[in-house]
Write a protein that binds this ligand. Structure first.
Ligand SMILES: [Zn+2]
Length: 141
């Protein structure tokens, strides 16, 4: 898969070259071919997608246990207050955002053969805002 004329990209500083170099001349980081970057993207997207679906499933399961008073499992399974619940769903949300970030970044890598730090930064910044907003709501309430 490593053709001589294949574009190699530095994963760290986005340096790009057609020369068959092993390391980046700018930062010394290991250079990857676009095929390798795409394969990494597939792994990231698969892991991110799995993580997102898993957390979504877990959220639904917990929500059903907590908010179905007629379900015989509900009364015995959950004894925490609304704060504990908020905390649990907060953790779920953070993990889910992490999964979505990985999924989005992975898809971008598969499509373009390079890493996109902007997408990752944007989603993580959004997640930070969400977490901050969540904390603020808890303080106000
Ligand atoms: Zn570099």
């Amino acid at each position: 898969m490593t053709g001589i004329n294949e574009t190699r990209i530095c994963y760290k500083c986005d340096y790009e070259t057609k020369n068959p170099l092993g390391a980046c001349p700018q930062c010394g980081h290991h250079l990857r071919t676009t095929a390798q970057v795409k394969r990494l993207g597939m792994v990231m997207a698969a892991l991110g997608g799995f993580l997102t679906l898993f957390m979504a499933g877990l959220t639904v399961t917990v929500a059903q246990l907590v908010w179905h008073p007629f379900d015989p499992r509900a009364s015995s399974s959950f004894t925490g207050g609304p704060e504990a619940l908020l905390f649990i769903f907060g953790i779920f949300a953070v993990v889910m955002i992490f999964g979505l970030t990985s999924l989005a970044a992975g898809i971008f890598q598969i499509k373009h053969g390079r890493r996109n730090r902007k997408v990752v930064k944007m989603i993580l910044a959004l997640a930070g805002v969400l977490v901050a907003a969540g904390c603020l709501v808890q303080i106000i309430l």
